[in-house]
Design a protein around this ligand. Structure first.
Ligand SMILES: [Zn+2]
Length: 118
């Protein structure tokens, strides 16, 4: 069985260390870490270097927080593969209500034959 991903409360935010990913961090993240933005309310956004988000959230964020940033726009209900530290993960944004574009991230760890989980 593949173990679930660990979630930590770090610097006032949720952080998944195994995939170097922050969930809606309040302070701008300017390093190589991954940042998932669930929705465009101001308490869930900041001027990050790179963000992972839904298309509606990307549009709202561009209107509410203009500026240059890399965007990884994901489709709802569609798994995207991420690589980190030699391991593969999938991220599927699920519709979550509350505001247009809000997504709840579903993360899964892959266990592959070529790269067994250690
Ligand atoms: Zn909100």
């Amino acid at each position: 069985m593949v173990p679930p991903l660990r979630i930590e409360f770090k610097q006032g935010n949720l952080f998944l260390p195994e995939i170097n990913l922050w969930l809606d961090p309040h302070e701008p993240r300017l390093g190589p870490e991954n940042v998932f933005v669930s929705h465009a309310h101001s308490d869930h956004t900041a001027a990050h270097r790179e963000v992972i988000l839904s298309a509606p959230t990307a549009k709202l964020m561009q209107a509410r927080l203009p500026g240059e940033r890399l965007e990884r726009v994901l489709n709802f209900n569609q798994a995207s593969q991420l690589e980190y530290n030699g391991q593969s993960f999938s991220l599927t944004p699920l519709p979550a209500g509350h505001i247009f574009g809000r997504a709840a991230p579903l993360y899964r760890r892959f266990q592959t034959a070529s790269r067994p989980f250690r």
